[in-house]
Write a protein that binds this ligand. Structure first.
Ligand code: ATP
Ligand code: MG
Length: 355
């Protein structure tokens, strides 16, 4: 029997709604699969906690989380709490503190999911984004050089270390090799004449160890255009923190919307826990109305099962989501349905029971 300890951080807004549905699915897996059991512990951290205590998470939060196999996050963010606080004091603190240097975001248009693109075949949108998740443009490095108006000068520095760049690129090559897919690197060496020149160089260098993997390189602006005009060009994609952040939101838009976009923050060595979350935010505009779509959150459970080594369950969950979409009867309003958030986990479980 394998026992996995999961720290649950529902967070704020719709995070607290969608996460319940993912937990329902995990409990169903536990019921159907005799070799797995889960131990859940929920933490009340997030912006509401901040408004009460002045802290996004307890001071010993990272010490506590360290003992878990995975962190399952809803979303954080709340009007009245500056975004940089909610981001840096919880999400980025965990990502950086636990060296979750790989961010995996599938951009896959499932059957039955809506797509705004015309003239594109459904199967053409099937990409796996591997985003650098620990440094780059989000390293937090910079300075406010001059503060006197109107002469203010502000610096925001991208940090690209040899170690940080090589490890994410190598990880992407490994995935491309394992899956027999092409690998595309997205950068911007023409304008970012230090960091991205370096990135491209490392991509080429590491590629020498993977002569069997077919590679492409795109500038980020061109990549954004082709993701819309000709998405079949992209299979496995590796890119920097900032570009990955932006392009995967574009990816979400062409692959069913924010309600279907999942993300895994991995520490591949399993030295620290990895974190699984929907990529959407707390969405205060729809919070509390029971209309948020939990499928992204459930998709991230599929990623969690893959990471735990139960790829069969990862696939079953994804297939169940696709079946639900094709059936079309139990969908939330963002997908054109009338179902409540809390009905979705139940519907997915019903499908899982038959698998
Ligand atoms: P952040 O500030 O972290 O980007 P956000 O709260 O602005 O978060 P987004 O994730 O950017 O939220 O989502 C933008 C909008 O898309 C939301 O305001 C909401 O209307 C819609 N949306 C996002 N996620 C979902 C979901 N799971 N179900 C339904 N609608 C969603
Ligand atoms: Mg947003």
């Amino acid at each position: 029997m394998k026992r996995f300890k999961i720290a649950v951080i529902p967070g704020d807004g719709i995070g607290t709604e969608v996460i319940n549905e993912g937990i329902k699915v995990l409990k169903k897996i536990e019921e159907l699969e005799s070799s797995i059991s889960f131990e859940f512990k929920t933490f009340p951290w997030g912006c509401e906690y901040y408004l009460k205590t002045g802290k996004m998470m307890d001071d010993n939060g990272m010490e506590i989380l360290k003992n878990f196999d995975a962190i399952y996050l809803g979303a954080v963010g709340f009007p009245g709490v500056p975004d940089h606080i909610s981001l840096w004091d919880l999400l980025l603190k965990i990502r950086k503190g636990f060296d979750q240097y790989i961010n995996i975001r599938p951009v896959k248009l499932l059957k039955g999911a809506p797509c705004p693109l015309k003239d594109v075949k459904r199967e053409d949108i099937d990409m796996l984004f591997i985003r650098e998740n620990s440094e780059g443009e989000y390293a937090g490095a910079g300075d406010w050089l001059f503060k006197d108006k109107p002469n203010e000068v502000v610096l925001q520095t991208g940090v690209f270390s040899r170690k940080g760049t090589e490890r994410v690129i190598r990880y992407a090559y490994e995935i491309a090799r394992k899956e027999g897919k092409t690998l595309t690197s997205i950068s911007k060496a023409n304008a970012l004449n230090y960091s991205m020149v370096f990135w491209d160089e490392v991509f080429k260098e590491v590629g020498k160890e993977y002569p069997d993997v077919k590679t492409y390189s795109y500038l980020v602006d061109a990549a954004a255009m082709f993701m819309v005009k000709d998405p079949k060009r992209f299979e496995v994609v590796v890119t920097s923190n900032l570009f990955g952040d932006i392009l995967t939101d574009l990816g979400a838009a062409i692959a069913g919307g924010m309600g279907l976009a999942a993300g895994a923050n991995l520490n591949p060595e399993k030295k620290f826990p990895s974190m699984f979350e929907p990529i959407h935010g707390s969405a205060p505009d729809i919070a509390g109305k029971e209309i948020s779509n939990p499928l992204a959150s459930i998709w991230s459970v599929s990623q969690m099962m893959d990471f735990f080594g139960y790829e069969d369950w990862g696939k079953k969950i994804l297939d169940a989501i696709e079946e639900l979409l094709i059936d079309g009867k139990t969908l939330t309003p963002d997908l054109g349905g009338i179902a409540k958030t809390s009905e979705i986990g139940k519907a997915i479980n019903k499908i899982l029971e038959k698998k």
